[in-house]
Write a protein that binds this ligand. Structure first.
Ligand SMILES: Nc1ncnc2c1ncn2[C@@H]1O[C@H](COP(=O)(O)OP(=O)(O)O)[C@@H](O)[C@H]1O
Ligand code: SF4
Ligand SMILES: [Mg+2]
Length: 311
């Protein structure tokens, strides 16, 4: 099993500094709280949670864009952070499709240069880059003629394929996808998901895909992790999460996914975040976050199951 592991995240904690009315100095806002999971080769891990639950921050930590204050990340067994610094050769194994891929590119750049940029930066020749761009365009099923077009000439779905091609061009071992279909219509969304699934099955890519939509992550993921206010409160095989959710919050997500709405309960900052609305809540839930407990092939963080496994 060890050799198949592409990424392992161990007890990850991330915070942002926040200014308190300027003169009061800065305070630490902890947004990722002891998150652990791993993804094997050719597997897809879906991270689901409401807006602000810490999904993008976990991806940023995997890309070295925010530095965790505790925990480790291993890519193919190698530490991503060494002595507090990101290891660039390990980082190169990761490809990224950001949530809004075209907000950061120059609209006057041709698709050829947008997709080829990661290789141009590496100093590869124009001919090699051109060939590589044509190859990845074929992978994402786009006509190579679009290489000469500009972003505004393409549809949303085509642009998303371009973003995927740009991430694929460096031949990453792990792809991170931040809400890759959230701004697409339903038909285009399912086309992109089918493409990602095919790429995974044909070429053995591994993904971490972030979404607030359980229907999106469950289509493509082998395993799913559920984030609640920075805590990974349940993690397990997709079938377990969708058909036999353990945690009350996962149950809410599964129910609401049938109605295409996102559950956003009132959070408590002390103890379990959903203790004010949880029908199973008891005194300890108001004071302490439960530790992870293994149950039926999943991991769950809920006092109810901790007692249950110790019965
Ligand atoms: N650069 C930042 N500075 C300060 N706070 C941030 C920053 N980015 C995100 N946050 C806060 O961190 C929390 C998690 O954000 P994020 O990871 O973007 O969540 P998600 O992707 O699940 O919507 C939110 O409360 C958000 O407001
Ligand atoms: S820890 Fe307590 S409040 Fe939280 S989900 Fe479990 S029973 Fe409910
Ligand atoms: Mg986000």
């Amino acid at each position: 099993m060890e050799g198949r592991e592409i990424v392992r995240v161990e007890d990850l904690w991330v915070s942002y500094e926040e200014s308190l009315f300027g003169f009061l100095g800065k305070t630490k806002h902890v947004v990722v709280k002891g998150v652990s999971f791993s993804v094997n080769r050719n597997e897809s891990f879906g991270l689901i949670g409401a807006s602000g639950s810490g999904k993008t921050t976990i991806l940023k930590a995997l890309l070295g864009l925010v530095k965790p204050f505790r925990g480790e990340i291993y890519i193919e067994g190698e530490k991503l952070y060494y002595d507090g610094k990101i290891k660039v050769d390990v980082l190169r194994k990761i490809g990224f499709v950001p949530q809004d891929p075209f907000s950061s590119v120059d609209p006057r750049m041709k698709i050829m240069d947008i997709i080829g940029e990661p290789l141009i930066i590496k100093g590869l020749s124009k001919r090699v880059v051109q060939q590589a761009v044509e190859n990845v365009l074929e992978l994402v099923r786009l006509d190579k003629q679009i290489a000469n077009k500009y972003p505004h000439q393409l549809s949303g779905g085509m642009l998303q394929r371009v973003a995927i091609a740009r991430a694929l061009i460096t031949k990453p071992r792990l792809m991170l996808l931040d809400e890759p279909t959230s701004h697409l219509d339903v038909v285009t969304q399912s086309e992109i998901l089918a493409l990602l699934k095919d790429l995974k099955e044909m070429f053995g890519y591994s993904y971490i895909m972030v979404s607030h939509d359980l229907n999106v992550v469950s289509y493509i993921s082998n395993r799913i992790g559920v984030l609640l206010n920075g805590y990974l409160i349940e993690e397990g095989p997709t079938k377990n999460i969708v058909e036999k959710p353990l945690h009350p919050y996962t149950k809410i997500l599964v129910e609401s996914s049938k109605f295409k709405s996102v559950a956003e309960p009132m959070y408590s900052t002390i103890g379990c975040p959903i203790n004010p609305i949880c029908p199973w809540a008891r005194d300890i839930c108001k004071k302490h976050m439960p530790p992870p407990t293994a149950l039926n092939g999943s991991i769950v963080r809920c006092w109810y199951y901790l007692d249950y496994t110790q019965r």
